[in-house]
Design a protein around this ligand. Structure first.
Ligand code: V47
Ligand code: SF4
Length: 388
């Protein structure tokens, strides 16, 4: 029996509506918002998971991408006060936080000299004194030191504040940053777009339209970007669908998103500590339905420092085809909110093993998903001995 025969049998054994949705997915037809909601409300883990795995293998086979990057967090001082954030320090309490100078940022970059990283991810709080000129200078120095390093930097929240402060339009601001070395945008700051929830968890930062407009403009300027969704707190399934629908529409328009990253809400040391965290079953259903709903997103990424290594392995059977977090990637934003992983890094060898243990093919990629090394074909010993 082929996998498409097996999936066809599976859709015969569920209720009429689930069967109809399953048949659409097998026929590669788009599901509607109502159908997505129906999957959240009625689809079992096994049913949504089997469909998501089918779609994942139809598109990517067993290939599981990872990327070697490191983070720079210029500051954790932030003018905003998102209720879920365990990381930031209000500007009024800035002495409890940190602010890196450009020299200190360069020391981090230089600490990776000779190491085969391909990307630096710059992300942090929104510090009122850090201007666009500061970040342009930092990126110019990074590029002068290591021109091939891809700079993925600044959430739409940081950018919105930076541009407003500099009195620049989104296009003007992004063009300046691009000229200084910015290559792509990370997906943070999206949280939940729907205003009913956004008002309650992060009322004062850029709204849905502002976030989407920054990514739309970046795509038009030729930059790629990612998208996230902070799920598993006070939002309802309808808000998750609303969020993914807005992303799907923008992706239809621009095609500029690379990957979607559902971020599991963690409840330690923040103003939402009374909100319980989602179960692993819910996490896997979230991944599965994201894979089915976002039919125009090529990649679905799990962030292992947040999810834990074993759950990240599990996610590779529920639609995920990309794992993030290699070199030193347990960033403070997560460890402060109760991330699973307290160890600061996973070596490439460990990540390759983790992927192989669940019978997937580990492939190292660059930020834009160009294949660098296919570890299903090459043994670790054959690869550069400087690998860590
Ligand atoms: O926007 C903050 C999240 C995000 C919590 O684009 C929390 O490749 C869970 O977006 N529980 C920033 N999540 C990080 C981010 C990211 C991470 C890895 C890769 C990429 C990429 C982007 O962190 C924030 C927010 O949604 N976050 N607090 C928390 N308590
Ligand atoms: Fe600031 Fe980002 Fe934390 Fe919100 S999530 S308080 S914008 S650092």
């Amino acid at each position: 029996m082929t996998s498409s025969d097996a999936i066809s049998v599976l859709v015969q054994n569920v209720g009429a509506e689930l069967k109809r949705i399953g048949e659409k997915i097998i026929a590669d037809e788009r599901i509607s918002p109502a159908e997505g909601l129906y999957l959240f409300e009625h689809g079992s883990l096994s049913y949504t998971g089997a469909l998501a795995n089918y779609v994942r293998e139809r598109r990517h086979g067993h290939t599981t991408y990872f990327n070697r990057n490191f983070h720079i967090e210029p500051t954790n001082v932030c003018v905003f006060s998102c209720a879920f954030c365990a990381y930031s320090r209000l500007y009024a309490h800035r002495e409890e936080g940190w602010e890196l100078s450009i020299g200190q940022m360069m020391d981090i970059v230089k600490s990776f000299d000779g190491k085969p990283v391909t990307e630096v991810h710059i992300v942090g709080g929104v510090h009122p004194k850090l201007t666009i000129e500061f970040f342009m200078e930092a990126m110019q120095q990074i590029k002068a030191h290591r021109p091939s390093l891809h700079i993925k930097g600044y959430t739409a929240v940081e950018l919105d504040y930076m541009f407003r402060k500099a009195k620049l339009s989104t296009e003007q601001g992004l063009k300046k940053l691009q000229a200084a070395g910015l290559d792509s945008l990370p997906g943070g700051g999206a949280e939940i777009f729907h205003p009913d929830i956004r008002q309650r968890i992060c009322a004062d930062k850029v709204d849905a339209n502002g976030w989407l407009d920054i990514h739309r403009t970046a795509h038009k300027l030729g930059m790629h970007s990612n998208a996230t969704m902070l799920y598993g707190h006070i939002e309802k399934f309808e808000h998750r669908i609303d969020h993914m629908e807005r992303l799907r529409q923008l992706q239809d328009e621009t095609g500029g998103f690379n990957t979607f990253i559902p971020l599991k809400f963690r409840n330690k040391d923040n103003d939402m500590s009374d909100v319980p965290e989602s179960s692993i079953v819910e996490d896997m259903r979230m991944y599965a339905i994201a894979r089915l709903y976002l039919d125009n997103f090529p990649h679905l990424k799990a962030y292992w420092p947040m999810l834990g290594r074993q759950n990240a392995q599990l996610s590779l059977s529920f639609g995920v085809n990309d794992l993030d977090g290699t070199i030193d990637d347990t960033t403070k934003i997560y460890s402060m909110a109760g991330a699973e992983e307290q160890t600061p890094a996973m070596s490439t060898e460990q990540l390759v093993t983790l992927i192989k243990q669940v019978k997937r093919d580990p492939v190292e990629r660059d930020t834009l998903y160009n294949v660098l090394t296919d570890y299903s074909k090459v043994s670790m010993k054959e690869v550069d001995p400087t690998l860590n």
